[in-house]
Design a protein. Structure first.
Lengths: 112, 112
């Protein structure tokens, strides 16, 4: 499968714990996006990388959230001190410049 | 600010009936509009984009700037069209690449 890959598929954690998700974009894609989707809603933009540079962050992204894309390849999204409100599907997408955006299958986070 | 509204959470039609999924947007500039689809247990994927002016799987969508709408239409629905449909907007004047703003989605159910 040469599409966008996300790991893990599911993550269950206790409130207050830290979690980290990984996204491997399509290899030649220089743009990478993180979105969050809650039940019954469309995906909401969190942050955007062009190569290794994080160029935009939504105000939805509190200081407990941090994202990295070292060397402009894979990306990680870390949530510190998780809260029940963080429970959601976290989607990663990539594109080559402004061409079609391809989405991964997502990581479903459940905070107990 | 950019916003996308899909007024119907659920649309149920019989096979062979016409389908129209509504999408309205607000954006001060010249947006690019998309329809994304998510079939059961599959990832979000692009269905069509307004600049392509193409028909995909029998679906078409016309951008109406006067009414700020981008409704998705198909003359004869098929059972395999049952899925979640998301309208999305990309603004041209932002620092977030081709970041998408999504509507809340409409679930289309095509009954036999």
């Amino acid at each position: 499968d040469t599409g966008v890959s996300q790991n893990p598929r599911h993550k269950i954690t206790k409130r207050g714990q830290n979690v980290t998700f990984r996204c491997d974009p399509i290899s030649e894609h220089n743009r990478l996006y993180w979105y969050r989707q809650t039940l019954g809603q469309g995906p909401e933009f969190l942050t955007y990388f062009q190569n290794e540079a994080q160029l935009e962050k939504s105000r939805l992204l509190s200081d407990r959230f941090s994202a990295e894309r070292p060397k402009g390849s894979f990306s990680t999204l870390e949530i510190q001190r998780t809260e029940q409100g963080d429970s959601a599907m976290y989607l990663c997408a990539s594109s080559l410049l402004s061409r079609t955006m391809f989405f991964g299958s997502g990581t479903q986070l459940s905070v107990l | 600010a950019q916003r996308v509204t899909q007024p119907e959470k659920l649309l149920s039609v019989f096979k062979g009936a016409p389908v129209e999924l509504k999408c309205n947007y607000s954006y001060s500039g010249s947006p690019e509009l998309f329809w994304y689809v998510q079939y059961s247990r599959q990832r979000l994927q692009l269905l069509l984009r307004h600049i392509s002016r193409e028909s995909i799987k029998g679906f078409t969508a016309d951008l109406n700037k006067g009414e700020t709408s981008f409704h998705l239409k198909k003359p004869f629905a098929q059972e395999e069209d049952s899925a979640m449909y998301y309208c999305a907007l990309s603004g041209q004047n932002n620092n977030a690449g081709n970041m998408l703003t999504f509507g809340g989605g409409t679930r289309l159910m095509v009954k036999p």
